[in-house]
Design a protein around this ligand. Structure first.
Ligand SMILES: Nc1ncnc2c1ncn2[C@@H]1O[C@H](COP(=O)(O)OP(=O)(O)O)[C@@H](O)[C@H]1O
Ligand SMILES: [Mg+2]
Length: 330
């Protein structure tokens, strides 16, 4: 705990953003309430993304009522691997990643046996709103299970790593690779126990990581170095993240993406209240960056200019690409 306090203090001199500032100056200011439903429901996000030509894990089906739960086998057909997810869930809760069958039963990607009755129970829990924001009744989506690119083999334990980019008015601000651990049970959410690793915006090369609020250089389960890894398709990830502004019209978002072995970069979800831990992973505060982008937008506005996603990515890379590694020590 003391280590964490020390780190936040050190970061505050580098423009760290706290929760109050995030809410008042960014979430409330840049995110219009009427656009929230699009990002707060993963089924709606998926349909919107597909319409915009952005690739997402294929939707196998939606379960909306208790009666539909028994139709799951028909929905799956011959498919043995799939993911069950609450449409309005968050933080990795309620997600079941199934990697195959064990006789009549299923198994998760980490090898745990799951009985059909447990899957039905999970679906029922999702419908009653056990995992949804505000406890509202929810829908369950059944989707394609992403197979992570081989690059992650040595730096991830089971599951699928994801790439989070925070975007302000379409300009990428900061990026983080999240790596599942034994503890996080195949999910890449930090409070499930995944590792957050900073990423240089210009190159897509990883920086050091943070795990359970400790600074780390190696994956605790695999022992491999997490820094210095070149993420493939980096330009595509940046473009995808930047273009999500046109997709959802929210000015301050966290874009979660994955790299599928066969299908490449995919959008997983959008967050209208992205967490602040990304700053620890990058050893860098968000505020200096948000202010630089706001000043840039102000200047453009005075000249009547709006930039394309390509121009916005270039701007962010030029400005922030080198910063993450060259800031003076705390
Ligand atoms: N289709 C999928 N295939 C494999 N793993 C997935 C899939 N969808 C989600 N996951 C895992 O679960 C994590 C959380 O998923 P996400 O859709 O971002 O939901 P949440 O809102 O709960 O964070 C992802 O980071 C990833 O590790
Ligand atoms: Mg997520």
């Amino acid at each position: 705990m003391l280590g964490l306090v020390k780190r936040w203090r050190a970061l505050s001199s580098r423009g760290i953003m706290g929760i109050n500032r995030r809410n008042a100056d960014y979430v409330l200011k840049y995110n219009e309430r009427r656009f929230y439903p699009l990002v707060d429901d993963k089924i709606i996000t998926k349909h919107k993304a597909l319409a915009a030509g952005i690739s997402v894990p294929a939707l196998y089906g939606i379960i909306e009522t208790e009666q539909q739960i028994k139709h799951l086998p028909k929905m799956l057909g011959a498919r043995q691997d799939f993911v069950i997810k609450p449409a309005q869930g968050a933080g990795g809760d309620g997600i079941l990643v199934i990697g195959g069958k064990l006789g009549q039963d299923y198994k998760t990607t980490s090898g745990k046996r799951v009985k059909s009755s447990e899957i039905e129970y999970q679906l029922s829990g999702i419908l009653t709103g056990l995992y949804s924001l505000g406890g509202h009744r929810d829908r369950a989506l059944i989707e394609y299970r992403v197979t992570p690119d081989n690059i992650f083999r040595s730096i991830s334990f089971d599951g699928v790593p994801d790439i989070r980019i925070i975007v302000l008015m379409g300009y990428p601000l900061m990026a983080m690779l999240r790596l599942p651990t034994r503890l996080s049970d195949g999910k890449a959410n930090l409070h499930q126990g995944a590792i957050g690793v900073g990423v240089n915006l210009a190159s897509g090369i990883t920086l050091r990581g943070t795990w359970l609020n400790d600074k780390i250089s190696h994956h605790p389960d695999t022992g491999s170095a997490v820094d210095g890894v070149q993420l493939p398709s980096w330009e595509r990830f940046m473009q995808l993240a930047a273009s999500c502004y046109e997709l959802c019209h929210l000015g301050y978002i966290g874009v979660d993406m994955v790299l599928d072995q066969e299908q490449g970069p995919m959008l997983l979800e959008l967050n209208a209240r992205p967490g602040l831990n990304i700053q620890i992973a990058n050893d860098c505060g968000l505020t200096l960056r948000t202010q630089a982008i706001e000043a840039h937008i102000e200047q453009l506005r005075a000249q009547g200019i709006t930039e394309t996603p390509e121009q916005r990515v270039k701007f962010s890379q030029n400005l922030f690409g080198h910063l993450a590694t060259t800031l003076p020590p705390g």
